[in-house]
Design a protein around this ligand. Structure first.
Ligand SMILES: C[S@@+](CC[C@H](N)C(=O)[O-])C[C@H]1O[C@@H](n2cnc3c(N)ncnc32)[C@H](O)[C@@H]1O
Length: 195
């Protein structure tokens, strides 16, 4: 339960702002395909990859019109993921996609990313390293409540964090435990293509 707006709404707004009927989208780390299901019908192509085959099977069921590919972001980009794509997106997916932007992006493409904390190490540096400029950065922190220890464990697992029983015991009350949902949202474009 959040005490303010969902910190991922900025990512949603950026995706929607860049989505046109002719837009070709690549999604990195699509999981079970919630974004392909939600946004995929509003564009010309939604191609996505993930390294977990069982999630890709769910994604294909959830978003039958999208294309899903098994890839871990390592080595050469597979032919079917080379696009060119107009919009490359990732919701808490692998930042390694940044290394491949120039292999997959159309010249005037945009990259929209939301990461799971206020700073995701290396994102601005990696973008600069491949010649992409930060057009916008948003750091959002919203107080939230997690009702039970089991919920806290699940959330920590999802976010790649370790749940601490000591923290829970020290801070949990009748409403559960207060904490902050934090996100880092980025919009970027190829520097040489910007006016
Ligand atoms: C936190 S989940 C988010 C999934 C989805 N974007 C969503 O919003 O539900 C991160 C996803 O990225 C995938 N992932 C992490 N590292 C990856 C990599 N190097 N290559 C491909 N997928 C990766 C995971 O398998 C997982 O499905």
């Amino acid at each position: 339960m959040l005490d303010g707006p969902d910190p991922e709404l900025t990512f949603d707004a950026l995706v929607l702002e860049h989505l046109r009927p002719e837009t070709r989208v690549l999604e990195a780390g699509c999981g079970h395909g919630p974004d392909a299901a939600r946004f995929g019908s509003g564009c010309a192509q939604w191609a996505a990859y993930d390294r977990q085959p069982e999630l890709l099977a769910l994604a294909q069921d959830n978003a039958p019109a999208a294309e899903f590919h098994l890839w871990d972001g390592k080595g050469e980009v597979p032919q079917e993921l080379r696009g060119p794509f107009d919009l490359i997106v990732s919701r808490r997916g692998p930042t390694s996609v940044i290394n491949h932007l120039n292999a997959v992006a159309a010249p005037d493409a945009r990259f929209v990313y939301v990461g799971p904390r206020l700073d995701v190490p290396g994102v601005p540096e990696r973008l600069g390293g491949v010649g992409w400029a930060l057009l916008g950065e948003w750091r959002v922190s919203v107080r939230a409540w997690v009702p039970t220890w089991t919920d806290w464990q699940t959330r920590c697992e999802c976010m790649g964090e370790t749940a601490s029983r000591e923290t829970w015991n020290a801070h949990a009350g009748t409403r559960g435990m207060p904490y902050h949902e934090e996100r880092y949202v980025v919009l970027a474009g190829l520097e040489s293509a910007l006016g």
